[in-house]
Design a protein around this ligand. Sequence first.
Ligand SMILES: NC(=O)c1ccc[n+]([C@@H]2O[C@H](COP(=O)([O-])OP(=O)(O)OC[C@H]3O[C@@H](n4cnc5c(N)ncnc54)[C@H](O)[C@@H]3O)[C@@H](O)[C@H]2O)c1
Length: 264
Amino acid sequence: MNRLDGKVALISGAARGIGAETARLMVEAGAKVAIGDVLDERGRETVRTLGDAALYVRLDVTNEEDWHMAAAAAVDRFGKLDILVNNAGLFLGKDIEAASLAEWERLCAVNLTGVFLGTKLCLPALREAAQQSAHGSAIVNLASTAGLVGSTQDPLYSMTKGGVTLFTKSAALEFARKGYRIRVNSMHPGTIDTDMGDQVLATRARNLGTNDIEAARRQVIERLPIGRMGTPNDIAKGIVFLASDDAAFMTGAGLVADGGITAQ
Ligand SMILES: NC(=O)c1ccc[n+]([C@@H]2O[C@H](COP(=O)([O-])OP(=O)(O)OC[C@H]3O[C@@H](n4cnc5c(N)ncnc54)[C@H](O)[C@@H]3O)[C@@H](O)[C@H]2O)c1
């Protein structure tokens, strides 16, 4: 189950956090993985822990040329590209009155333009690999629970993730209509223990009028039906499933892993 033997993946923003854990699980499941990020040192360190099955490429997701180079590097090294994970993302943590136009534009560039460019520029390689594969190729986009329901902490982040949710469905429909055999699905994490998770807690603490991160963490956990925050591993397992042939009948769908927060 959830095996990726012989598959090649490119994961954006995979130097750390959910992306790095996804790279680790994908290698464990038999895939070769190209890790793209702007944190070169951290990215190379992550690759060192994964050995020959992984490759680091400098990839700023807002830059077209970087995407061309990253897709080409994956194909040059591993022979093809079956899986794209649009994982790179930014959180802002400001309310509408405090956010500036420049901050909004930066958020859009990474969370929205980055997903559009990744999808467009990896498409030729994904289409080619799909022709040789029983169930085709796969794209997994990192949305969020904030792309399904409103966010109490970050309305602009929520607006970008809502865009990722619907772009996922539209891309799935476009590629199906064109007969490309590329499934497109989204992953919707709740609050996950990563650097971004720390930023979410810091924002929550600020909105509570304190700088006590642990108080914010307790508040998050109290509201979670499952009673704990998520780990990168909780999310990486879902991404591996969506990328694998076990999800062969899923496209345009979203997988929620949020400890039950959006069930209430
Ligand atoms: N942590 C959470 O609570 C949470 C919840 C819901 C959704 N998500 C989503 O999951 C994804 C991964 O988040 P994470 O928690 O691992 O965050 P993280 O901050 O730990 O990792 C994000 C990675 O993206 C990279 N990145 C940022 N800008 C980039 C750019 N322009 N080009 C390439 N890489 C870039 C960063 O360098 C970093 O390595 C994001 O899309 C995030 O929005 C996270």
